[in-house]
Design a protein around this ligand. Structure first.
Ligand code: NAP
Length: 554
């Protein structure tokens, strides 16, 4: 990192860069690689001790990606995608972290990254078109451009249970897992939460623990992943087709190749034909494949009911105790409107003698005690508690930084009623600050690595355009932002997504505004919109010089 030092008006030393990237996960790393290619002096800062973002923090047992490994990887370097060998159909967290480390080394990225550094605040100096950020270990840093690659699921959340500090055993959050691992052998364990993290870790913890109690507030839909060692032939074919497949992936609604769009409504075919189709998808494994069985599963409740009931029946057929099966069978949201989970032996785990499902909906958790967990009905004693309770998703990491844009606009105030952005890329009153996979972009509804590449490529083209036109500032117009927020909401309203109390809706955090945050109009459509806006000279954005902006009163 060849930073230049200077002294601010405050007398404090400032490290100056051409661009600052916050976050060294898959988004930040690619942004660093591309911005370096522009000849910029870039500083990257991350609170973690190393690269990887979500794959650095989430080390809980069973952690694995739910996108197939041949697709869940960078597309920007054919050499990289040809040389890397994925051992399994779905990558485990250690495998993916190894891959991200390989990318960091292969492209010599580490030298511009400062780890163990949290960005605390940032403000924009409109007179000089300069962002100045305060960090906890690296002092003050500044740059004309800031790229926030802070992740969508990077702010782990333990609910505010009374008495947590009194617990005499050990407790863990899946998103902050100890690097040395945890051995639950012979322990009485309680786990709270049955989202993707809970569902992936429960079968493994159950095999170790003396007894595992699972506290479930809301049942979730999960499908068998059908994970297996990656077939050599499949890998070879995929690699031979990589260039065309990646090109095709950018033109799909979710950034993943290999799933032909469905043509029929679930309601157009007979019940027998439908069940045969669902059965084939169930056997194949994979959430996109299942939800792509018909073209209306996420927009028509009656169509969705057929798929939801198919999976409920699978749960009933798998779990021996029918009372437990009924509790595990989700009834309060349509399948796919919360992240559809992929598992290995999740429902089967409830047939074990050492696993008990606790209904934390009818008897909510009241407190953590010195000995364990107390619900409104009973007390449970544990040696260890695992919180698989999720994240302050999509907005949490950005709101944790005290960001102030032009005229002192605070992000916390701007987003008080929910996130507002243009394309999930920029926010009005926050000039020269870009987000990678920000709220109101496809983000978590697309293959995240491709989504990061698409955003970064757009930003790099934009910076190149600005430089060639002698511009120093870009900001989104408020009207364009309003239009995009409206468009985002309108598209979500046309789907079944708002029917679920999901983290997509901010519903998992008490007091968080209920706004559907990811863009669900399709990654392909979104990318076309971004490209069209760029082709029209960044329509909806104002490009200027410091002097021009000052003359316009900005
Ligand atoms: P999550 O989906 O938000 O699940 C959190 C769980 O904790 C829910 O079951 C929730 O119940 C429960 N919970 C929260 N507060 C509670 C309370 N006070 N009492 C009882 N239960 C409580 O979080 P996650 O499982 O960490 O997953 C988050 C997202 O990360 C996923 O949806 C996915 O996108 C991503 N992820 C992906 C993978 C993968 O690729 N395979 C793996 C892990 C995570 P309610 O539903 O009732 O709120």
């Amino acid at each position: 990192m060849s930073q230049q030092s200077n002294t601010a008006a405050t007398g404090k030393p400032v490290s100056e860069f051409d661009a600052i990237i916050v976050g060294a996960g898959v988004g930040g790393l690619y942004a660093l690689h591309r911005l370096r290619g522009l000849g910029l002096n870039v500083g990257v800062f991350d609170a973690a001790g190393d690269v990887g973002g979500t794959w650095y923090w989430n080390r809980y047992p069973g952690c694995r990606c739910d996108v197939e490994s041949m697709e869940y990887s960078y597309s920007f370097s054919n050499e990289l995608q040809q040389e890397w060998k994925w051992p399994e159909r779905y990558g485990t967290q250690p495998e993916i972290l190894r891959y991200v480390n390989h990318v960091a080394d292969r492209f010599d990225l580490r030298r511009d990254i400062r780890f163990n550094t949290r960005v605390l605040s940032g403000s924009f100096d409109a007179a000089n078109d300069l962002w100045t950020l305060e960090t906890d270990t690296q002092g003050t840093i500044s740059a004309p451009f800031c790229i926030m690659a802070t992740g969508n699921l990077s702010t782990p959340r333990v609910p505010d249970f009374a008495g947590l500090e009194s617990f005499q055993g050990k407790w863990y959050h899946t998103g902050l897992w100890p690097h040395e691992g945890v051995d639950f052998t012979g322990l009485r364990v309680g786990i709270v939460g049955t989202g993707s993290s809970g569902v992936q870790s429960i079968p493994i913890i159950a095999k170790q623990a003396k007894h595992l109690h699972v506290f479930q507030r809301t049942a979730n839909f999960s499908l068998p992943a059908r994970n297996a060692p990656l077939d050599g032939g499949v890998e070879q074919r995929h690699k031979a087709e990589y260039p065309e497949r990646r090109k095709a992936a950018f033109d799909t609604p979710f950034g993943i190749s290999g799933y032909p769009p469905p043509k029929n409504s679930a309601l157009e075919v007979s019940a027998e034909e439908r069940d045969a189709a669902y059965e084939a998808k169930w056997a194949e494994g994979g959430s996109i494949s299942f939800l792509y069985a018909y073209n209306d599963l996420l927009v028509n409740k009656e169509a969705n009911d057929t798929a939801s009931e198919f999976v409920r029946n699978k749960i009933r057929a798998t779990v021996r105790d029918q009372k437990v099966a009924e509790l595990l069978a989700p009834k309060n949201h349509p399948i796919g409107t919360k992240r559809l989970i992929l598992d290995t032996d999740y429902y089967e785990t409830y047939n074990r003698d050492n696993v008990t499902l606790v209904d934390a909906r009818s008897a909510p958790i009241e407190a953590i005690t010195a000995d364990g967990i107390r619900t409104t009905e009973a007390e449970y004693e544990f040696d260890a508690i695992v919180f698989a309770t999720g994240f302050d998703a999509m907005t949490g990491a950005l709101l944790d930084i005290d960001l102030r844009g032009s005229n002192g606009t605070r992000l916390k105030d701007k987003w008080a009623d929910g996130p507002r952005s243009n394309l999930g890329l920029m926010m009005a009153d926050f000039p020269n600050m870009f987000m990678i996979t920000g709220p109101q972009s496809p983000s978590v509804k697309a293959q995240m690595i491709l989504a990061c590449e698409q955003h970064t490529d757009w930003i790099v083209d934009c910076l190149t355009h600005m430089k060639s036109h002698g511009m120093t500032r870009i900001q989104t117009d408020k009207a364009a932002e309003d239009g995009w927020v409206h468009h985002n909401n309108e598209i979500a309203e046309g789907t079944l997504y708002p029917l679920a109390n999901s983290w997509y809706m901010g519903a998992n955090i008490p007091g968080k505004p209920k706004i559907f945050m990811p863009y669900v109009g399709g990654f392909d459509r979104y990318k076309r919109t971004c490209d069209e806006i760029a082709a029209k000279g960044y329509e909806g954005f104002t490009l200027s010089t410091t002097e021009l902006a000052a003359a316009a009163g900005d």
